[in-house]
Design a protein. Sequence first.
Length: 360
Amino acid sequence: MVRAAVLPAVGAPLEITEIDLPQPGPGQVRVRLAAAGVCHSDLSLSNGTLRVPVPAVLGHEGAGTVVAVGPDVTGIAPGDQVVLNWAPSCGRCHACSLGEVWLCAHALDGAADVYAHRTSDGTDLHPGLNVAAFAEETVVAARCVLPLPDGIPLTDAALLGCAVLTGYGAVVHAARVRAGESVAVLGVGGVGLAALQAARIAGAGQLVAVDVSPEKEELARAAGATDYLLASDTTARDLRARTGKQGVDVAIECVGRAATIRAAWDSTRRGGRTTVVGIGGKDQQITFNALELFHWARTLAGCVYGNADPARDLPVLADHVRAGRLDLGTLVTERIALDGIPAAFEAMLAGKGARALVTF
């Protein structure tokens, strides 16, 4: 038995309870978690913005140590330190054949499986986003783990599984930020802070962070921001004023709200690039008129998981960490236990903090 955070139904409070976790079957591994990040996507799963089979153990950003492997597992052994990969690619679908593994049609197939049972009543439990990281231990498909490169602290490595891959990928792969370009990052949570660090690493010139919280300015500037703006109804106008009335070359939206996406678009220069990372609900409607699309000639693009290939990008990120260019610890504003997750959800709703990290 292990302790886990269970979502009993969409919209219901999380329950911290014990679950029966089986030994790994064919093609599976069992991982003892060292840490799991509390991501806004977990909140979106809990409130129904994103769909998940329930009851489920949430948590998709984690790292830990392999404690057992099932039959037919090769290349992974007990004692290996690993990062969880919640969106493993199948290598066979159309997206994978195009090299767009972040759009794999079968990446989340495992989320519908029954992987454990609640101890109190035997209820079937699903692994939220495949990996069920809000638990002391988890059993996942072998393709859901990636070897942790040497020299990376295991606890902080949890952030590589989502926040850092997403923020880094949004800058490097989706927006393709070039040296000297001006960049605005709207939303200074875990992903936004990772995007700021990635833009700094890419050589961005002016780097503006935007958030509703004045308390996040210090975090943003430590990540590389040269300017900080409090979000308001005049965000786009303020950003353009800071860039010679031209607008930024690249705006990266990490919130997922219609108003913020529109502000990111309006703050981008003519011919610039707007990348949307935040996950919004179906009710968040954005409109554009035909003339502005023609006149501004901007590019508006969505971004899934940073358009990243974890197997390719994880070693690159590790190099940045070892060289001191990427600081994982500065993304974490609170270290909590399992029973602190509901409060971390409330903090996210209030726009407080960046990344809460569950440590085991």
